[in-house]
Structure formats: C-alpha cells, structure tokens
Ligand binder design. Structure first.
Ligand code: SF4
Length: 354
C-alpha cells in the first residue's frame, strides 16, 4: 500500500469511529510528514473526546516511590543494578503510610506505589503494605507499579486491596525488546503478567517510551495494535530521556511532538482510559505537562515520596516533580491548570467503560 496516498484527516476520522487502523495506516499517522494542520486536527479531536468523557477535570494520583533497589539491568533505566552511584533505599510500611496520610489530607484518593524489582521486598511485605493502606484509606484506590511477579503473587496483591497495576510493556517487538533489556529478561514474561492482571480484574496499565534507542515508527504501530488487543484501562506514554549512568547515556531524548501525537491517538482508541501527562513529558519540555493534557491526557501524578529520597529515584537525568505533594502544592498546581481551563478533581477516578 502507498502509505503517502492515505489522507490523514480521513484516517483520524476513521480512527475515532472504529478505534483502530491497519499497521500501515498507523505508520502514516506517526510519520514525520504530517502537517501542522493535520497534527492540530488530531489534537482537537482527542481533546474533544476527553472533554466529552471527563469534562475539563484532571485526575490526580499520589505517587510514592517505595524502593529504588532493582535486581534488573534494563539498559535505559537509572535504577538498573549496575548503577553504583545511587544510594539505595526501601521505605518501611510506616513511612509509606505517612506518605498516604499526607496525601489523603491534601485530597488524593489514589496512591500509586512504584518501585524497582527489589528482591528484599517480598510478596508478604507488599501484601502487608497494601492491606494496611486499604484498611486505613478504604475510599482510596491502590495502584501498584512494581514490575513482574508470579500469577499467584499478583492474585495475593489483588485480594489485599490493590485495584490497579501499571506495567509498561515498553515494546512488543521481540528484537527491539532484546536491545533494551539484558538477556535474562523476557518480553513474554512481561506479557504473561499483563494478561494475568487483566484476568484478575485489575485496571491494567501498559505503555511505552517514545524514542527509545532503536525504536522505529513501525515498532510503535505494532505497540498500538498490541494495546488494541490488550484493552488497557491505563496507558503511560512518555518520551525516552537518557540517564548518564546507563549504556544509553549518549542517545537523544524522544520527540515531544510525536509523544503528544501518540497521546491523542491513544485517546481516540481508548476514550475512557486514564492517560497521564507523565513526569518525563514535564521533564522534556517546560510546557510538557500542559501540552500532554491538551493532547488528550486526563491524569497527573504528583510525587508524595519523602523529599529526602526523591533524588535517589533517578529513572533518567533531571527528573522533575509536579511539586504538588502538599495542600499548598496542590493549590499551586490547580492555579497553573486553571490557566488552560482545566480543573483538578479529587475523585478516585476509576476507568470509565464508554
Ligand atoms: S526499568 Fe524497572 S525493572 Fe528495569 S531496571 Fe528500571 S526499575 Fe528495574
């Protein structure tokens, strides 16, 4: 098929109507030669759908980075075990609960527990943590983002009260996956976890980095088709940003416009999904957060982690924070968002099946 012959406006309308396209059509939509008018049309359609489903509301999630210890060595990640420059930490259950209390007071009704795959953080300890949060904050959603676990462990976390799980697949293409990860890691195990999460009834999140080394537009189109199959309830899309202590230190960061375009495409594909304007987007560009929201994102995830450890959770260089961890911080975020006619909502904000 001559992909250049495909009319972009028509593709956008078809995507909105049928919620998917062929691989070659996605490639066309992601190509460099899309015009500013076409890109703007895509963004307007995505924001129109976002407004129709969520209004002008932005959902907030309180991010708690519970450990920066990781047994893995992903080539793009600053937490990789080979990075000896980090002071490693693991928060206690009591410290995590303190973060939740601070967040609850400020209005947060979702807590996202994120961390590396820490061999010292056993399934029992996670069950204990989730149970304690669930007991004290019964009206809040608990989201886990703790990497790959056995089916049995994922079930235990669900029974303890975790409602959502974020696990980016990063790339569905096996050859690309093996260039981003060490040989001990397997794409298929990641997929096994994702399908298990769906089966267990988690609101399941996946996603990719845009512009990761060796990624092609064709790879991204494959990722979109995979997501169409998985039907995630949450989608995390952020630009790749290099970390100086990784083998990818010398690679360029991902492209802002392409990341925004993908957010818009995903909004048209998954109208009711929770899609954050990620910290990486905010780090890449001073207006990244706002532009992500205007492109169809509906979530921001301010950091509730203790301030003393934040620098140690170094996924990539110069990682920014939304600075809204306190009630005052949240008020500041609210006034920034009001400038683009968006408003923070403190609802729990579950997936909307539309
Ligand atoms: S991406 Fe996740 S699993 Fe890989 S090194 Fe970083 S924290 Fe560990």
């Amino acid at each position: 098929m001559n992909t250049l012959a495909l009319n972009i406006f028509e593709l956008i309308d078809r995507l909105e109507g049928s919620r998917s396209l062929e691989h070659s059509e996605f490639v066309r939509l992601l190509s460099d030669d899309i015009s500013p008018d076409e890109a703007l049309y895509l963004q307007h359609r995505a924001r129109f759908i976002t407004d129709r489903i969520f209004g002008r509301n932005v959902r907030i999630r309180g991010l708690i980075e519970i450990t920066n210890v990781c047994r893995n060595d992903c080539l793009y990640c600053g937490l990789r075990k080979s990075n000896s420059s980090l002071r490693r930490y693991t928060l206690t259950v009591g410290e995590i609960l303190s973060c939740c209390r601070l967040g609850y007071e400020a209005g947060f009704r979702t807590f996202v527990l994120q961390g590396g795959e820490n061999p010292g953080l056993t399934a029992d300890r996670i069950v204990e943590t989730v149970s304690a949060i669930h007991k004290e904050f019964a009206d809040c959603a608990i989201t886990l983002s703790l990497g790959e676990w056995s089916d049995n462990d994922l079930e235990l976390f669900r029974e303890a009260g975790a409602a959502r799980y974020l696990l980016r697949h990063e790339t569905i293409n096996s050859a690309h996956y093996s260039r981003l990860h060490p040989s001990e890691m397997s794409r298929d195990n990641r997929l096994r976890c994702l399908w298990t999460l769906k089966r267990l009834g988690y609101q399941t999140g996946t996603g990719i980095m845009v512009g990761s080394p060796f990624q092609t537009v064709s790879n991204i189109a494959e990722d979109l088709l995979f997501m169409k199959e998985l039907q995630p309830e949450m989608i995390g899309i952020g630009p790749f940003i290099p970390h100086s202590a990784t083998p990818f230190a010398g690679y360029n960061a991902g492209n802002l416009d392409l990341t925004l375009r993908l957010i818009s495409i995903l909004r048209l594909m998954f109208p009711g999904a929770n899609i954050p304007a990620t910290t990486a987007l905010h780090t890449l560009h001073p207006q990244g957060r706002d532009r992500g929201l205007l492109a169809g994102a509906n979530v921001v995830m301010p950091n509730l982690s203790p301030t003393g450890i934040r620098k140690q959770y170094s996924l990539y260089d110069n990682k920014k924070s939304f600075g809204a961890e306190s009630a005052e911080g949240l008020a500041k975020l609210a006034s920034q968002l009001e400038k683009i006619n968006l408003f923070i909502t403190t609802e729990r904000g579950d997936y909307k099946n539309v």
